[in-house]
Design a binder for this molecule. Structure first.
Ligand SMILES: NC(=O)c1ccc[n+]([C@@H]2O[C@H](COP(=O)([O-])OP(=O)(O)OC[C@H]3O[C@@H](n4cnc5c(N)ncnc54)[C@H](O)[C@@H]3O)[C@@H](O)[C@H]2O)c1
Length: 319
């Protein structure tokens, strides 16, 4: 993508899981990258490969702090906004903090982007904005109905993006990511299910399944999310749009667990637990809009994505 060659970019949350992959994608295209991350869930290891690269600059700071953001965003052309408190269960226990970071933080970023004349803003949203509506696949034009504080915060981010686009004619695109997984996803209690399950499988521990295992997700390999971000930034048609970003395939939690146990040659057993409040049952994206308008073409099916994730985690744990 020629457009990003030499471009001045800011990635909020760039030391986190998805943000650090976007950083890789940008530096590989010869963009200059500022990472703004408060390191609440980031890891320097995620961007360590660029440590000596003059194209990367790390600012440790909070997106809620107007002055920090103002300094970081000066001269930036493209903003990739990934910073957020990202967990549904965490948001059920800490709604105030999650709303404050995700909504007020985004407001500060949009305000300062407007003042700094940022050309293009891509905002990370989430499939959680659809909530537990039974209709599948999820199409961008459907009614939203988030059922967790996290989902509400992501919908508010999108709406803020829309409002700033309408009011100030800013070039903003929101991307609704569906269950992203891949290397660098953290294995703590609030991490994505795939990294948690791999770590438990390596230790032959029981794999906790919330519900009866029939619930499904559209698991999306992180490289496909990077592709969507770079396309959204480069293609003018994306202005003011909201797109689903996913693989476009449904995988049941039972099926996923079996594949993880098989790949890791684990003796782990499945342990069925009560469903968690705020969790949705099924999820599947319709990708017609993003494929047609941006030329998005997801490359990684669940088998290949799991294999790549397995290779990375094995390496990390030095198995
Ligand atoms: N992982 C998924 O499956 C998924 C799905 C849908 C949407 N998303 C969205 O994608 C984005 C990235 O998620 P991720 O999975 O990489 O999570 P992550 O926690 O790895 O990354 C988020 C980063 O933001 C940073 N951060 C948090 N609060 C901050 C603050 N106040 N100021 C500055 N930095 C702050 C964290 O330190 C972290 O590095 C988030 O906006 C999330 O809501 C993720």
């Amino acid at each position: 993508m020629k457009e990003l060659n030499g471009a001045r970019t800011l990635v909020t949350g760039g030391a986190g899981f998805i943000g650090s992959h976007i950083v890789d994608g940008l530096i590989e295209q010869d963009a200059e990258v500022i990472v703004l991350d408060d390191m609440s869930n980031g890891d320097l290891k995620n961007i360590a490969r660029w440590e000596d690269n003059k194209r990367l600059k790390l600012i440790k700071g909070d997106i809620r702090n107007q002055e920090t953001v103002r300094n970081a965003i000066r001269d930036v052309e493209y903003l990739f906004h990934q910073a957020a408190r990202v967990s549904v269960p965490y948001s059920v226990r800490n709604p105030h903090l999650v709303l404050e970071v995700n909504v007020m933080g985004t407001t500060v970023l949009l305000e300062e982007s407007r003042k700094a004349d940022v050309e293009k803003i891509v905002v990370a949203s989430s499939s959680s904005v659809y909530g537990d509506t039974p209709t599948l696949p999820k199409v961008e034009t459907m009614c939203t109905n988030p059922i967790s504080p996290y989902g509400v915060s992501k919908l508010a981010q999108e709406q803020l993006g829309k409002a700033f686009h309408e009011t100030y004619n800013m070039n903003i695109t929101s991307l609704r990511y569906f269950n992203v997984y891949g290397p660098r996803q953290r294995g703590g209690s609030y991490a994505g299910v795939i990294s948690i399950f791999f770590k438990k499988a390596f230790e032959n521990q029981a794999l906790p399944i919330f519900g009866d295992g029939t619930s499904t997700r559209d698991f999306t390999y992180v490289e496909d999310v990077v592709q969507a971000n770079l396309l959204a930034a480069a293609k003018p048609v994306s202005k003011g749009r909201i797109y689903n970003v996913a693989r476009g395939e449904q995988t049941s939690i039972d099926g996923l667990t079996d594949e993880i146990i098989r790949l890791s040659s684990s003796k782990s057993k499945k342990e069925y637990l009560a469903s968690r409040p705020g969790d949705i049952h099924d999820s599947l994206a319709d990708l017609t809009l993003i494929c047609r308008e941006l030329g998005y073409d997801p490359k990684y099916g669940i088998s290949e994505g799991l294999r790549k994730t397995f290779n990375w985690i094995s390496n990390e744990l030095q198995l």
